[in-house]
Design a protein around this ligand. Structure first.
Ligand SMILES: Cc1ncc(COP(=O)(O)O)c(C=O)c1O
Length: 423
């Protein structure tokens, strides 16, 4: 009998729930917590089912409710992002990128993306989806001071090579990408794919940029970062031909079971964004600026002071003076502040195990109701841990106490007893 595994798993999940949800300040920019409504509806019979194909044209029986729900995802996503076509069956942002790259390129094509130190996600590169699709990846020129693509140099690069697509949108994403400038400069054959994994919630709230109107052919994204849905992926476009190819790439190409149980929660998260997203996204950005400002005032080398630090939910800090990203992020974890080490544009990719920077995001702490005053406290906690080198055990206790007022997700509906799981 191996019953002890059961207790062991329950114990460890409980420990995780208590630690990360109740005792930590989570500053991982790519994470968020979803609302209790989204959490509640995620555990359902859909966890056990298949629905290959498109709504009402499935290869399985028993799908009438998921057909309805999946159409609701499409309906709401069309409304929020003002697009004609939505593909919700990619099960993550990486799978969305794989589907888009494989649909819109041929083996051996050139694609241009940022490098990892300049912020690209691994899926954009030769080691990731681009490599799987047999694409030759070129780095887009990057302006380290402006923390953005160098448009003039990029235009020269695009003129001298034949690219089937360029990928804009990154994991380290402080300022809107120059979609419009590049669209105006490049030929029709080069498609622009905008990876909105990080900023989809900001785009939904019209608080960052409008990639499709600015000229992006396709948006690929995760659904669980600034857009606080269940973990998953989504692809948006106005181009019928692209949609057809992408849809075929998703199924039957890459995904069989598209993880149905996430879709009802995604509908709720999209509805929440329609009703509360503006307020939430605005506060995320205000909080990021405030946190950056407070860290800068306390002596940290926060990037882009000349540009008011950020226009997104992210802040980037060069912590080489304090031993580098690994040392700093590890020390912060000891005090219950969770963030990630991050390569900065001047780092060699090989430095990924000890990069110069840390990346901080206000996504989750804003979602649980923190505002500017709390950003000041967080900056103080970080300063006490890294610059003043105070006792981390003591800081940890203070943080656990501080967190107790921020255990509930805001920007959601006040509904109770809705659980569908008590039949
Ligand atoms: C820009 C970007 N694209 C794609 C992804 C991958 O998304 P997922 O984790 O949903 O596969 C990430 C993950 O953080 C990301 O930052």
């Amino acid at each position: 009998m191996h019953e002890e595994y059961v207790k062991d798993m329950y114990d460890h999940v409980k420990k995780q729930n208590t630690w990360r949800k109740k005792e930590c300040i989570n500053l991982i920019a790519s994470e968020n917590v979803s609302s209790p409504l989204v959490d509640d509806i995620r555990i359902s019979d859909f966890m056990h089912r298949y629905a290959e194909g498109l709504p009402y044209q499935r290869y399985y029986q028993g799908t009438k409710y998921i057909d309805y729900i999946e159409n609701k995802v499409v309906e709401l996503a069309k409304k929020i992002f003002d697009v004609n076509f939505v593909e919700p069956r990619a099960i993550s942002g990486t799978v969305a990128n794989l589907a888009v790259f494989s649909a819109l390129t041929n083996h051996g094509d050139n694609i241009a993306t940022l490098s990892i130190p300049a912020g690209a996600h691994i899926s954009h590169l030769g080691v990731g989806c681009a490599g799987i699709c047999g694409l030759k990846q070129f780095d887009l020129p990057f302006d380290e001071k402006e923390m953005n693509i160098d448009v003039d140099k990029t235009i020269t690069l695009l003129d001298t090579n034949n690219f089937s697509l360029i990928v804009l949108g990154t994991s380290l994403f402080l300022f809107p990408a120059p979609v419009k400038e590049l669209k105006e400069a490049i030929g029709k054959e080069t498609k622009i794919v905008y990876d909105a994994a990080h900023v989809l919630g900001l785009i939904a709230a019209k608080e960052f940029q409008d990639p499709i109107r600015e000229g992006a052919d396709v948006i690929s994204s995760s659904t669980h970062k600034t857009l606080p849905g269940p973990q998953g992926g989504i692809i948006l476009t106005n181009n019928a031909e692209h949609y057809k190819k992408i849809s075929r790439a998703v199924f039957p190409g890459i995904v069989s079971n598209h993880h149905l149980a996430r879709l009802p929660g995604l509908v709720i998260a999209l509805a929440e964004m329609l009703d509360f997203g503006k307020e939430y996204a605005t506060q995320m950005i205000v909080n990021a600026k405030k946190l950056a400002e407070c860290l800068y005032e306390r002596g940290f080398q926060v990037l882009c002071e000349h540009k008011n630090f950020t226009k997104s939910h992210q802040v980037a800090v060069d912590v080489q003076n304090y031993g580098g990203g690994t040392k700093v992020a590890t020390k912060l974890e000891k005090a219950n502040i969770i963030c990630n080490k991050n390569l900065l544009p001047w780092d060699k990719p090989k430095k990924s195990l000890n990069p110069s920077g840390i990346r901080i995001g206000t996504t989750e702490m804003t979602h649980v109701g923190m505002k500017e005053k709390e950003m000041e406290r967080i900056a103080e906690f970080i300063t006490d841990t890294i610059i003043k080198e105070k006792d981390t055990e003591k800081i940890k206790k203070e943080i656990t106490e501080f967190k107790q007022d921020f255990l509930e997700v805001k920007y959601t509906y006040k509904l109770s007893n809705m659980s569908p799981n008590s039949i």
